[in-house]
Design a protein around this ligand. Sequence first.
Ligand SMILES: [Zn+2]
Ligand SMILES: [Zn+2]
Length: 263
Amino acid sequence: MSVRDVHVHFLHGHGGGYTRDFFEGFIAVAEKAGLDEIYLLEHTFQFREFESVYAPIREYNDYQRDWINRKMDGSIERYLEFLDSVKERFFSVKVNFGLEVCYIPETADKLAEILKEYRFDFLTGSVHWIDGWGFDHPNQKETWNGVDINKVYRRYYMIMCELCESGLFTGLAHPDSIKCFGHTPSGDMEAEYSRLAMLLNKHGMYAENSGGLRLNYDPALELGLNSQLLSVFKKHKVSLCSASDAHKQSDVGANIHELDEML
Ligand SMILES: [Zn+2]
Ligand SMILES: [Zn+2]
């Protein structure tokens, strides 16, 4: 079976733009990490074309407005031009090109309209915002103080189910990123997990077994899906793919072999 890393960030060539040299750096690291295939992507919040999707996020507070303004610093056209230039070439590692798309229920109609314009190999949907709140931002970690964790978890999974039902996506990114700061629910989430598993299957989507939180947040966090979610996904035979969520080129393929072992 081919070894894949289904979540690798391009990040505008880390400031250097979309160059052949930088792109080949991904291939070199992937090859060294023993990968046969990578899924390269950009966040939708990097592109001005998706501006209207993020209105509820900007309006939520000043920090988030400034954060989006800072991150949304490019046009998707540069990315597409680059994809066109490498699409027909052969590389020693198979490369799929896509987007990590924030699913925000309030603006899902706008998102669907915008996505219609583009063709990608894959679209990974992710939940980074709950009713406007950026729950995974280290700079607003304190906003977790006093929240009802069970309620937050249930809402997070409800949005994720809606994401699946939108039919816009091929995959689901980091399906338990809600644990990013170590908050775990006291209530049982089996029903939420089962519903999500069924919807993933219904829409022919894969779910990531992501090492991103350990890689990018806290080395003390568990690797990949929590054990209950993993066992529910396995019970329902959800298609599972390992993902590094590399934000640095040197992290391509990070933890992939260990993540694959879990599956
Ligand atoms: Zn993400
Ligand atoms: Zn990511």
